[in-house]
Design a protein around this ligand. Structure first.
Ligand SMILES: [Zn+2]
Length: 514
């Protein structure tokens, strides 16, 4: 009798094991890839190479002007005969009506950039200029005491090379910048990007803002803008961004086959609003962005507030800004917001405990940029639960948080968000200024936060699931991503010795038993 019971128990165990093996058979390439990835923890160069090859879905948080490496800006500035001011390494436009023998005007410290980076000292100047236009080799000095200041200071220095405050010049340059970026993302196994760009500049913006006059109520401010021609301005801009997409296609030489580098990367724009302007200016940008997204949702997919969150205007007006965003975007305009890109000491405690919550609850943000200061929010646990329930996604940029806030390693809340079930994506923020790429951010997540292959794969999928795309577009992109992953896993699994397969099977069986 006893022997029969034992035989039955053993038979049941064998059956359960066989059943489990059949269940995991379909997942075997993924399990083997995950087991291989764990081996790579002891070999960082190989882990980097693996992550470069791994599909990374999308980059949902990248500022176009901060994404371009300084080498490109210098090349464009030389081509356009722009000038360089040696005192602060700022690229300047060529002054109108300058004499032929003084193309950059009479100030001897401002010289043609082409001259500055050529000749016997040209390489030295070029290297120092690259450092000034990025965070490369940055060391604090009394003049620039923090990574935060160096980082934000670079934008003013290369602004002229991006087209400056002139919309038509910016538009022409944007096409080149986007084309460059798409090629780069292609090489980095990224299939989808949302670029933050300024789509309302200069005189047009100033005139619209002026129309607001002394109005302070959002409804009255919006009415003033509408009377001043908001709809016409938006219609023209919608047409121009559609043309811009066509120009990018031409620059990449995509044609109908879409085989050239960059042509396979889907992209959208996010209209960015500089949060540190005067009230009428910020309101105007927000209203214009919301209207543009409604007019051209397949090109301009969402809105974001940019500029240092810790600057005085942003801190003082934060609650007002959140109300305006809620009012102007309603429920139909997708909103992502930089919120909680702060830390204790950077700002006083009263400014630390409500930014993320108000971005979610008042402005209706579907995604939060950074969210680094979550630990300082009132009722952090309640907020995390609410973010999970609403599906509010956190766009985490590990290098950016390190450089700008000095927050890294265990201080960074990425694990807190993941444990709370809040959707997370990895993003570059400003790959050119920080001199990184998206693979590097995956590498940091694996190295510093011990994320494994399956987790990284889920973050890559999040970057499509939480993209500001229509549902049918998301399905298409997800199919594409799943195909890329299947291809990678098949090829990685084929390369592995039997020991890795065995470990993968054991792990699959054990995970199933838990
Ligand atoms: Zn950002």
């Amino acid at each position: 009798m006893r022997r029969r019971i034992w035989a039955a128990v053993i038979l049941l165990a064998v059956l359960a094991l066989a059943l489990r093996l059949i269940t995991i058979a379909g997942d075997l390439p993924q399990l083997v890839t995950a087991a291989h990835f764990e081996e790579l923890r002891a070999d960082h160069p190989r882990m980097r190479a693996f992550l470069h090859r791994m599909p990374k879905g999308g980059d949902l948080h990248t500022h176009l002007s901060g994404a371009v490496y300084a080498e490109r800006y210098i090349a464009w500035a030389v081509r356009d005969a722009q000038c360089l001011r040696a005192s602060d390494w700022a690229i300047l436009p060529r002054p109108d009506g300058a004499a032929a023998d003084q193309p950059c005007g009479g100030d001897p410290s401002i010289v043609p950039i082409a001259d500055a980076v050529s000749g016997p000292r040209g390489q030295t100047t070029y290297d120092l200029l690259l450092d000034a236009l990025s965070t490369r080799w940055f060391l604090p000095t009394p003049a620039i005491p923090s990574g935060h200041d160096q980082f934000f200071g670079t934008f003013g220095k290369f602004n002229a090379a991006t087209g400056g405050a002139d919309w038509q010049a910016t538009r022409a340059r944007m096409a080149e910048m986007v084309a460059d970026q798409l090629r780069q993302y292609d090489a980095d196994a990224v299939q989808y990007v949302e670029f933050m760009v300024t789509l309302l500049e200069g005189e047009e913006r100033r005139q619209l803002a002026q129309a607001i006059g002394a109005e302070t109520e959002p409804a009255a401010m919006l009415a003033a803008l509408q009377k001043a021609g908001l709809a016409q301005s938006v219609a023209v801009r919608a047409q121009e961004v559609a043309e811009l997409v066509g120009q990018i296609d031409v620059l990449l030489d995509c044609g109908s086959e879409r085989r050239n580098p960059g042509c396979g990367v889907t992209f959208r724009f996010i209209a960015q609003v500089n949060r540190n302007g005067a009230p009428a200016d910020v309101f105007t940008q927000t209203a214009h962005a919301a209207a543009l997204i409604r007019a051209a949702p397949h090109i301009v997919a969402g809105l974001n507030y940019v500029g240092p969150e810790d600057y005085r205007v942003s801190l003082r007006e934060y609650r007002t800004h959140m109300k305006w965003i809620g009012f102007l975007t309603g429920k139909d305009v997708p909103v992502a917001l930089h919120a909680g890109e702060l830390w204790l000491g950077l700002v006083p405690p009263p400014d630390l405990d409500f930014h993320i919550r108000e971005a979610v609850e008042v402005a209706g943000a579907r995604r939060i940029g950074h969210g680094t200061a979550i630990a300082f929010e009132r009722d952090m646990a309640g907020l995390l639960t609410e973010m999970r329930r609403r599906g509010v996604t956190v766009e985490i940029a590990l290098t950016s948080s390190d450089v700008i806030l000095g927050v890294r390693g265990k201080e960074h809340p990425i694990t807190t968000y993941l444990k709370a079930g809040v959707p997370v994506v990895l993003a570059t923020d400003d790959a050119g200024v920080s001199r990184i790429d998206l693979s590097n951010e995956y590498y940091r997540a694996a190295r510093d936060h011990r994320l494994g292959y399956e987790r990284l794969k889920s973050l890559a999928r999040n970057a499509i699931t939480h993209a500001f795309l229509a549902e049918d577009e998301k399905r298409r992109e997800l199919d594409r991503l799943d195909r890329s992953f299947a291809e990678l896993e098949r090829s990685v699994a084929d390369e592995q010795p039997w020991g890795v397969w065995l470990r993968a099977v054991v792990r699959g069986v054990v995970l199933g038993a838990l």
